[in-house]
Design a protein around this ligand. Structure first.
Ligand code: KG4
Ligand code: ZN
Length: 325
């Protein structure tokens, strides 16, 4: 089965072609350059850049995969959550292709696709929807731990204010390190430079919080006592500790696997520390951590083979935060 997948939920134009869940082409135009000067994503700019690149990326992906359009069996696209105008570009492109080629459209939830990205290019476990798993979603728009049970999701822990990715980016901005702050802070992180003991929230009922940590960083910058490296490294340590503390409370061997997902799952310290919890903690390959179309195609494959979705609802979900179920 050949799937062409399209991702346009925010600032990355992604096109992938899969043979089952094996990636044969994966192209991404990342818009960091266009949004850098604003220090964040500008939706109108994002839409224009998607429009400029989407068709060329489809052509590139098709010629790279050496298949014909008539070989395609499904078109998968990101239905949401995301920016309304950028989602529409993906939807219209997907709909046009599916109508012209007379093949089905598979709408995919972006956050759900992140969750299963550890399985891209790997064999899909046959007990995937029989055994309970945990999902740890750490991205720019979401920070939550969910229980996964046969395609339904129960939130067990969630941030009540900023997300972890947002916090990395805001701290990067405060320290004038550049945009996006997450990968830059990670690259300068030094375990020997974590002498500031930023306080980590230890709240009840699975609540996580990042706004207090952000304010503590602001105060340290204003105090001018420590170097940027020390503040950034100490911040990263505390930001990761928040996830660790909450996951440790929830983790049990009853969960077959823990699927870590989203842009921040690329973080080196998060990968190192979470791996210590158990040998069933899975991370996506680095290239599949941030937004990409491979994960959209991968979940489409899982749904086509395991869930058989008929009469799929094709309305886009333009709310920036995900609503499960
Ligand atoms: O999942 P994603 O690509 O987009 C959303 O759906 O939000 O996540 C983007 C977020 C950004 O906040 C970025 O700074 C963060 O992921 N990020 C990282 C790292 N790489 C990306 N944060 C910490 N360490 C990293 N290595
Ligand atoms: Zn994402």
């Amino acid at each position: 089965m050949y799937i062409l997948a399209i991702e346009t939920s925010c600032d990355d134009t992604g096109i992938a072609i899969l043979k089952d869940n094996k990636i044969i082409s994966n192209f991404l135009y990342s818009q960091i350059k266009e949004h850098k000067k604003y220090g964040g994503v500008i939706p109108e700019v994002a839409s224009r850049v998607h429009l400029t690149h989407i068709n060329t990326l489809i052509e590139k992906a098709m010629s790279n995969s050496q298949i014909k359009y008539s070989d395609l069996d499904y078109i998968a696209f990101t239905q949401g959550p995301g920016l309304v105008n950028t989602l529409q570009i993906g939807l219209i492109t997907a709909k046009t292709l599916s109508q012209y080629l007379e093949i089905p459209l598979i709408p995919i939830n972006h956050i759900e696709a992140h969750l299963y990205s550890s399985y891209i290019d790997k064999d899909i476990p046959s007990d995937l929807f029989k055994k309970k798993r945990l999902g740890v979603i750490v991205s720019g728009g979401h920070t939550e731990i969910v229980e996964i049970n046969n395609f339904s999701y129960k939130i067990i822990s969630k941030t009540s204010d900023d997300t972890i990715g947002e916090c990395f980016d805001k701290v990067g901005k405060m320290l004038k390190l550049g945009y996006p702050g997450g990968p830059i802070i990670d690259s300068i992180y030094d375990a020997n430079k974590t002498e500031i003991n930023f306080k980590v929230s230890k709240l009840k009922d699975g609540k996580m919080s990042y706004s207090g940590l952000k304010s503590q960083v602001r105060r340290e910058i204003d105090n001018k006592k420590y170097s940027k490296d020390v503040i950034a490294s100490s911040f990263q340590k505390a930001a990761i500790e928040q996830i660790l503390w909450n996951l440790n409370k929830i983790y049990s061997k009853d969960y077959k696997e823990v699927l870590v997902a989203g842009g921040v799952s690329a973080n080196s310290l998060l990968r190192k520390e979470l791996s210590k919890i158990g040998d069933n903690i899975l991370f996506p390959e680095l290239k599949y951590c941030k937004d990409n179309a491979a994960m959209i195609g991968n979940l489409a494959y899982i749904k086509i083979t395991l869930e058989k979705e008929e009469n799929a609802n094709l309305n886009i979900d333009s709310f920036p935060r995900n609503k499960w179920n």
